[in-house]
Design a protein around this ligand. Structure first.
Ligand code: 5AD
Ligand code: FES
Length: 342
């Protein structure tokens, strides 16, 4: 059990001393190796809709952004992406989308049943935002195993500065705890360097994670998207994001932590540095190439011109180049016991 104090965490959040940061990364690598050796888990990401009813100030897919060409993948297109992913060796599919009212519970259930029917042994991760408990239960019964829902900021005031008043941190947290009780492996997370973020907010993010005990933690730098209210704010830094990844690893030793696409976007070796700071997951994109550019949460997103196979093998090469070994298995969290489906 890691008993790191608030003062120590704050020092690591803010330090500009590269030796100190390197010690932190080395400690995170050691903890990660105890549970996952030097393996990196692959997840195949299918971004199936870029419609969103929300209006988050940081996100390029916000409903007020009229400069986005909106798309929805059909069931056949989603299944085709999974098929390509399966033949490339992926055993986890991540279905991610904006909060799109077109995808009613019935439609999501139809998609999940179809994927589950075709791939009985794969892990299916869903990421479609906030829904009532009954929806989450229906998805779970239809074959979903995992759910990603970043909390974005665990500080009430800061959360309110990033979202319109129709959204609340309380609702977000409630969803996360509900998902856990249903039996999902749950992912929370946040961005680093969002406008108005203070070191104390990042400390709160970490303490919230300790309370929630998620199985997965997504951490990436904020990157401005020109058509959003935050379009003129600076991006989060690589170094601070890496320190947050390392701290998350120390506080949640068994967590599955992706080296995010946003990290790879702010630095050509961002994802590799993420792995060196304690991350152990990568999520190459399986979406059809035609729609990749349209899932523009932020500007200059990488991998939007590449085929699924290119990213799959590019990532493998990058990982091996840094001494890590790809693991194409389901990659459940260490010690995971699947719950009985009622
Ligand atoms: N920069 C970086 N990450 C972003 N996300 C949304 N907008 C941005 C941005 N401008 C992240 C959010 C969301 C996830 C899918 O992408 O944290 O939960
Ligand atoms: Fe997509 Fe390298 S991971 S091109």
């Amino acid at each position: 059990m890691c008993k790191i104090t608030d003062a120590e965490i704050l020092r690591f959040i803010t330090t500009e001393d590269t030796d100190e940061a390197e010690e932190l990364f080395a400690a995170a690598r050691k903890v990660r190796a105890e549970h996952y050796r030097n393996e990196v888990y692959f997840r195949g990401l299918v971004e199936f809709t870029n419609y969103c009813k929300n209006d988050c100030y940081y996100c390029g897919l916000r409903r007020s952004n009229t400069n986005v060409a909106r798309y929805r993948l059909s069931l056949d297109e989603i299944l085709q992406s999974c098929k390509v992913g399966n033949s490339l060796g992926f055993r986890t599919f991540v279905l991610q989308g904006g909060e799109d009212p077109y995808f009613t519970d019935e439609r999501v259930v139809e998609i999940l049943r179809a994927i589950r029917g075709a791939y009985p042994d794969h892990a299916i991760t869903v990421s479609v935002g906030e829904r009532p408990r009954e929806s989450y239960e229906a998805f779970f019964r239809s074959g979903a195993n995992r759910y990603l829902l970043r909390h974005e900021s665990a500080d009430e005031e800061h959360y309110a500065m990033m979202h319109p008043s129709s959204m609340s941190l309380r609702a977000r947290k409630e969803c996360l705890y509900t998902l856990k009780t249903i039996g999902y492996q749950v992912g929370a997370g946040f961005m680093v360097g969002t406008p108005f973020q203070k070191p104390e907010h990042l400390l709160e993010d970490l303490r919230f994670l300790q309370d929630l005990q998620p199985h997965m933690v997504g951490i990436g730098p904020f990157i401005p998207q020109a058509d959003t209210p935050f379009g003129n704010y600076p991006a989060g830094t690589l170094e601070q994001t890496l320190r947050m990844v390392a701290l998350a690893r120390l506080l949640l030793p068994k967590a599955l932590i992706p080296a995010t696409t946003a990290l790879g976007t702010i630095s050509p070796v961002g994802r590799e540095r993420g792995l060196m700071a304690g991350a152990n997951v990568v999520m190459p994109n399986l979406s059809p190439r035609e729609v990749r550019k349209l899932y523009a949460l932020y500007d200059n997103k990488i991998c939007t011109g590449d085929e699924a196979a290119e990213c799959r093998y590019c990532m493998e090469g990058r990982i091996r180049g840094f001494g890590f070994v790809p693991n194409m298995g389901r990659g459940d969290v260490a010690g995971w016991q699947p719950p009985a489906v009622s």
